[in-house]
Write a protein that binds this ligand. Structure first.
Ligand code: CMC
Length: 427
């Protein structure tokens, strides 16, 4: 196989090196295209553009494979816990007991949030969407934790990482408590990372906090499944913002905003709202399938389709199984689960969906579990953000350590040519 790709344009040939990844993926390095041929590549939505070489997550959309640092998602979801996975994603290896204890100890040390932050939270109307509130609070962390991160210093990098991992669950809990008119609180150091988060979110004043172990296990698994997904919209945003050497908290805040949209993480909320809408309309899934296929109708089947997966999304498979287990285990009956299964069945047999390789994605069943776990619908995407936090950190860290240049795409200008300026009296 040649390790060069040749482009021929107007009788002239240009050669570009071909890069091969460890799983055999090929990419043409077009770095010299503009200087040699005077051209750029055009790829709307970056559908076919690699922005970096990364050693964090491997995804094969055709075969439905997802691995973090070489470990199969199925294995991690079954055998690991969220904090171990966070360590793995960020630092590249699974931690031993001592490393894990130190990591969690350091995170706990950093789990205080400046009381002044409460004033910022106070300024938001109660109706504000939690994702907007969370993005703002995360950005505000920068003001309370100033100082830039020296990427040459392991210690500086590590400190920034444990700080955000420590403070983020508090911000998530406060966002939720503000919405539920509950007093703001802090965590309990004696609990694990996920149980502590759950307690902070749901404990009620004067009531003893109690939670079924299966709820924490289900939540932990969901967070693992969301922890990274290579160069998606929010991870690319985190990298892009971080590439200007903006700090970690500012970069994560931008990632939260990117995740919020219904085509990305916001889909989990959109799915439940869609399923509820179908239920309220009488439960006719066929009618909504027709709407989804109608090009004159803006309705899309939320939780279906994926930019990269053109086969099943392996996360959706695990989540679907988990949804059945969690609902059965907790004795929760949710009629929208049947509607979801009905929609999936119809879609998998429908030419439109089959031809376009549209399968359920991670968001299709996750909302049903979140709801069974007592998480309010508007908090679904916040839970996704918490799960994705280690991935964003890992992507940011890798980008900074590799000293990636500032992200700055080019364009093909298609606007007006030079025009003469006319004063307002002559227009
Ligand atoms: N319902 C109906 N038609 C769809 C859907 C859908 N959910 N998704 C894609 N299509 C059609 C689309 O209309 C297009 O048809 P045609 O070729 O006739 O024009 C074709 O399938 C390809 O779609 P696309 O929009 O060009 O694909 P994309 O890679 O740009 O978009 C997507 C991927 C995930 C944004 C899209 O599938 C979608 O909008 N899905 C619903 C939202 C959703 O579930 N998002 C969560 C994604 S997974 C989690 C995450 O990223 O956070």
């Amino acid at each position: 196989m040649s390790d060069k790709a040749i482009l021929e344009y107007q009788g002239k040939k240009y050669e570009f090196p071909v890069i091969e990844g460890t799983e055999g993926e090929l990419g043409i390095n077009i770095k010299t295209l503009r200087s040699e041929a005077g051209m750029i590549t055009l790829d709307r939505g970056y559908k076919n553009t690699g922005s970096c070489e990364s050693a964090i997550t491997f995804l094969n959309g055709e075969e439905g494979i997802l691995r973090y640092r070489g470990y199969a998602i199925e294995d991690l979801a079954e055998k690991a816990d969220f904090l171990e996975v966070a360590y793995l994603l960020i630092f590249g290896e699974l931690p031993n007991k001592q490393q894990l204890d130190k990591f969690y100890g350091d995170i706990k040390e950093e789990s205080e949030v400046d009381e002044e932050m409460k004033k910022i939270l106070d300024g938001f109307p109660k109706a504000a969407h939690p994702m907007g509130v969370l993005a703002s609070l995360t950005s505000a962390l920068t003001a309370f934790n100033p100082g830039s991160v020296d990427v040459e210093s392991e210690e500086d990098m590590y400190k920034a990482i444990v700080k955000i991992l420590g403070k983020f669950p508090v911000l998530v809990a406060w966002t939720q408590r503000k919405k539920s008119s509950l007093p703001l609180n802090y965590g309990d150091d004696s609990l694990g990372y996920v149980e502590n988060l759950h307690k902070m979110m749901f404990e009620k004043p004067g009531k003893k906090y109690n939670v079924d172990k299966s709820v924490i296990e289900a939540l932990d698994k969901l967070l693992i499944l969301h922890a990274d997904h290579e160069q998606n919209c929010s991870a690319s945003t985190v990298r892009m913002v971080g590439s200007s050497h903006a700090g970690l908290f500012a970069s994560i805040s931008a990632g939260i905003s990117a995740l919020w949209g219904p085509l990305h993480g916001g889909a989990n909320q959109a799915v439940i709202e869609m399923l509820e809408g179908i239920k309220a309309d009488g439960g006719d899934t066929h009618k909504f399938m027709q709407k989804a296929k109608d090009k004159d109708d803006s309705f899309r089947l939320m939780g279906f389709g994926h930019r990269v997966y053109k086969n099943f999304d392996p996360r959706a498979k695990i989540i679907k199984k988990s949804a059945d287990e969690v609902l059965n285990g907790l004795g929760v009956e949710d009629p929208v689960l049947d509607i979801a299964k009905g929609l999936e069945k119809e879609a998998l047999e429908d030419d439109y969906f089959v031809k376009r390789k549209l399968y359920p994605n991670v968001d299709f069943y996750s909302g049903i579990i979140y709801r069974a776990l007592g998480i309010p619908v508007e908090m679904f995407t916040v839970m996704f953000a918490l799960g994705r936090l280690p991935g964003w950190i890992a992507q940011w860290r890798e980008m900074r350590l590799k000293k990636e240049p500032i992200g700055r795409p080019r364009q093909i200008y298609v606007g007006e040519n030079l025009r003469e300026f006319k004063p307002v009296s002559e227009r």
